[in-house]
Design a protein around this ligand. Structure first.
Ligand SMILES: [Zn+2]
Length: 462
């Protein structure tokens, strides 16, 4: 199976209209969210939503064609006040409404036993969840990533709003008005912590040349002889296990704290070294095998961190997944499915997603922006993947990433440092997920815990 890199020129038309199979996929999303069985169908004016075994429907009579246009963030934008129409906005704020320049008033009407909504919520779900905006983009950063700053959400100031979840909250209320007797599914807030294992050791795997450079850096540039000695000592004593005084060896600390908090940590490993951006360790190193066993024995998760080049190379990604599966089988580590996240959050949509699907992965948790935390997919809920090009529903689950520690802390990104301002940002995002009953998915590298222990703890406990 070869997967092309899609550019706008590859398409006769730069539009990917929601097909019948796409509607089946959105029905499954609705069932996951609300429970019950739903039916979407086109009618003369737009799309109707029916509940199986019940009369009447909810009609979306204003189809927004902009939601099918790929590779652009130049959609109009408006917002809508739910309270004005007697509905509750879960975050108590006007709802962002991409795709239209002015929202009709009233937005909701009752008509002949149906409810009519004059905004294309179904199209919005498609546009956001299938990441239509990102397809074929050329305005990428130094790592070929679509940056937050180019996105419609960032430009219109709603990246920190899970707008699909907010609209689902409104739709749920309309559903209750239309079919008062049904009980909608309840969701409870959850936290998922994961750790990309880019560097399990600060100096344990350095080559002699890298080692002398690292010692020189600490001793001469930083005038820190203690760190210089530690670098050498750790390098000499990491043959069989990660050294206890290695500042990047925070695995036990992370697992202790997760267990205390009733959480299961996920550790995503890089299994090959194709590029200078990749890891400096090998999976067959005794210290790494030992670490994998420990993670497994303590009931935490082992996952894949596909190497730097794989984001548009499905064959290499699949080979890496198979390699990790083989290692685990050999070591008698039972995997219950294999998930993970792209190294550097590199993502070329939908090529990378299809690579995960073809490699038989169970979930991906890459979809957050490196340069800004927030809701890249407009949601804090996991959802089934969908390929907008082939209009095919996938078995891959998309688990959106809400915050990566360096996105918030580092000066190249949001630059909030590791103090009170950063804590406030993390907690605000977390509380937003909590209000929606979604999942706060947090990435914190094992190599970035040392020196940030308190911040990490406070974010997880908050
Ligand atoms: Zn990484």
């Amino acid at each position: 199976m070869t997967i092309r890199r899609f550019t706008n020129e590859n398409f006769q038309e730069a539009e990917l209209e929601l097909s019948a199979s796409g509607m089946r996929w959105i029905e499954s999303v609705l069932s996951e969210r609300f429970g019950h069985m739903w039916r979407l169908a086109r009618y003369e004016e737009g799309i109707e939503l029916r509940l199986r075994g019940a009369n009447g429907s909810i009609l979306f009579d204003t189809e927004c064609s902009a939601f099918a246009v790929i590779g652009t963030s130049e959609l109009p934008y408006s917002s809508w006040d739910a309270e004005n129409e007697g509905l509750e906005a879960v975050l108590g704020k006007a709802l962002p409404a991409p795709g239209v320049s002015q929202m009709p008033s009233p937005l909701m009407e009752k008509r002949n036993g149906d409810h009519v909504i004059h905004y294309d919520i179904i199209g919005l779900i498609y546009w956001m969840f299938a990441r239509i905006e990102e397809i074929g983009r050329k305005d990428l950063d130094a790592h070929d990533r679509f940056p937050a700053t180019s996105s419609h959400a960032y430009k219109h100031g709603y990246l920190e709003r899970p707008i699909i979840d907010e609209w689902f909250h409104v739709l749920g209320q309309v559903i209750q008005r239309q079919w008062p007797s049904i009980v909608l599914k309840n969701h409870s807030f959850d936290v998922k912590v994961s750790h990309d294992v880019d560097r399990p050791s600060r100096s344990g795997f350095l080559t002699p040349k890298q080692l002398s450079r690292a010692i020189g850096y600490h001793a001469i540039k930083k005038n820190d002889f203690r760190s210089a000695l530690n670098t050498l000592w750790v390098r000499m004593n990491s043959r069989k296990r990660l050294h206890p005084s290695d500042p990047f060896n925070t695995f036990d600390w992370i697992m202790d704290f997760s267990e205390e908090q009733g959480l299961r940590s996920a550790f995503y490993f890089i299994v090959s070294n194709n590029d200078a951006h990749d890891a400096d360790y090998r999976m067959d190193h005794p210290a790494i095998r030992r670490l994998m066993h420990k993670i497994n024995q303590r009931g935490h998760e082992i996952g894949l961190h596909p190497s730097y080049v794989t984001y548009d190379k499905p064959d290499i990604l699949a080979r890496e997944a198979d390699y990790l599966r083989r290692i685990c089988a050999k070591e008698d580590i039972k995997l219950n499915g294999l998930g993970g996240r792209m190294h550097y959050l590199r993502w070329c949509h939908p090529i990378t997603m299809m690579a995960w699907e073809r490699a038989g992965m169970s979930y991906d948790s890459s979809l957050g922006y490196a340069d800004s935390a927030g809701f890249r997919c407009g949601t804090c809920f996991e959802y089934p993947g969908f390929d907008p090009v082939s209009q095919e529903a996938l078995s891959l689950r998309i688990r959106p990433l809400i915050a990566m520690e360096c996105s918030v802390i580092d000066s190249g990104y949001m630059g909030l440092g590791n103090g009170a301002e950063a804590l406030k940002k993390f907690v605000s995002l977390k509380n937003t997920c909590r209000a929606l009953g979604g999942t706060f998915t947090l990435l914190w590298h094992n190599s970035n815990i040392f020196g940030n222990e308190n911040l990490y703890k406070e974010v997880v406990i908050a």
